[in-house]
Design a protein around this ligand. Sequence first.
Ligand SMILES: Nc1ncnc2c1ncn2[C@@H]1O[C@H](COP(=O)(O)OP(=O)(O)OP(=O)(O)O)[C@@H](O)[C@H]1O
Ligand SMILES: [Mg+2]
Length: 413
Amino acid sequence: MVELVLQQLHPAQQTIFNSTERNVIVMAGRQFGKSSLCIQKIVHCLLGIDNNGVGENAFYITPYYKLAKKFYRDLVNAFPSELIESDNKTDLQITLKNGAFVQLYSADNMDAIRGNNEISLVILDEAAYYDVETLYGDVIEPMLGIKDRGRCIIVSTPNSTNGFFRMWQAATDGMDDWEAFKYTAYDNPFWSKERLDKIKANARSIIKFNQEYLCEVSATEACPFEYEYIQKARTSVLSTKKTVCYGIDVALGKGNQTGDWTAITGLDDTGHITYFDRFRIPSSALQFNKMDVLDKNTLKVIDSTSVGNWYYEQLQNSGHYVEGMSFTNSNKTDMVYEFVNATEKEEVKVNDIIADEMQIYEARLTKSNNYQFGNQAGKNNYDDALTSAMLAYKGLSDYGLKSGGGQWSVYSV
Ligand SMILES: Nc1ncnc2c1ncn2[C@@H]1O[C@H](COP(=O)(O)OP(=O)(O)OP(=O)(O)O)[C@@H](O)[C@H]1O
Ligand SMILES: [Mg+2]
């Protein structure tokens, strides 16, 4: 008989631990006890504590190799040494005498994680710090789907409104097979309120403190859009009114499968989206066809910076009503803030793709003290759809095409 000593879970940890949902997603503040909880789940899984003593295998995924090494050590320490058959700190794998193993990975090595059908539990720790949507959708879900009892636990402090936040939100909204939890650092009774208050008082950024300890998620500090207004601007319905302006953002790359997109957004006279298309086509002529099919007499505002200029000229030559916008720091800043103001006045309605890009849009200060706008770093983070919407809105306001919010003036003539 071997004695296993585990920390007594605190009440909030216990609530999460007791969930029997297939997928559990936990948004919790720093030092809540997320990783400790996950380690206990791994111990239960490998020893088969909740499975009539039949041990099963697990994966533990962290954002970086260094963290994987840390949790590897924590896990080795969590098991009584008599139960360990082998532990390999190069492979980051621990195998128990009962045959069950846990393998640690860093998420930046996604390809290595694929293709193991013998896994019953996957922990995705600090999931807001990698592309968890792709990892879960492409790798984890298919892998666990093979096993009836396969479970996934995703935990993290939030990191703006990125993929982790979207998954947590979908689970909160009642997605099948999912349970969502949210706790603040104050829910960990092993941390005194005074200690947290002190951290708060010394915090360099209160927005960061609120996000990391209280899980009050905002778009990043650098994001010019307020979350509340992004949500208000979202719509799943295309307007059936006439398009009065199209915005076209042209991909700089060759339109391969990984680069940026060419995006086209149409707006009606109230700023409501009427049309959306985005594509990556490795042929200028075929890309141009996608633009040429639009109504010739409807205004198009196109990004005519660098490669965009060729499309601008082609559209002109084909008789389109088109204006080119060659971006400079100054005119791009104006365009962005005009669009920000429009969202705050609730004068635009855009689709989810554009709204999601608004959430990860950032203004970065350059060495020469100018703002540079673009998406937050990340493999699947783009800003092309949003740029096309901004160009369309610019056309709407610069060329007097807005309806003025449905107000009518009556004249006697
Ligand atoms: N149930 C518990 N009993 C006693 N101490 C605990 C318990 N849960 C967590 N702790 C302690 O609280 C601290 C934070 O725990 P842990 O590292 O698990 O939190 P975390 O939420 O993963 O933190 P981070 O945000 O830094 O990743 C650690 O010192 C841990 O030992
Ligand atoms: Mg942790």
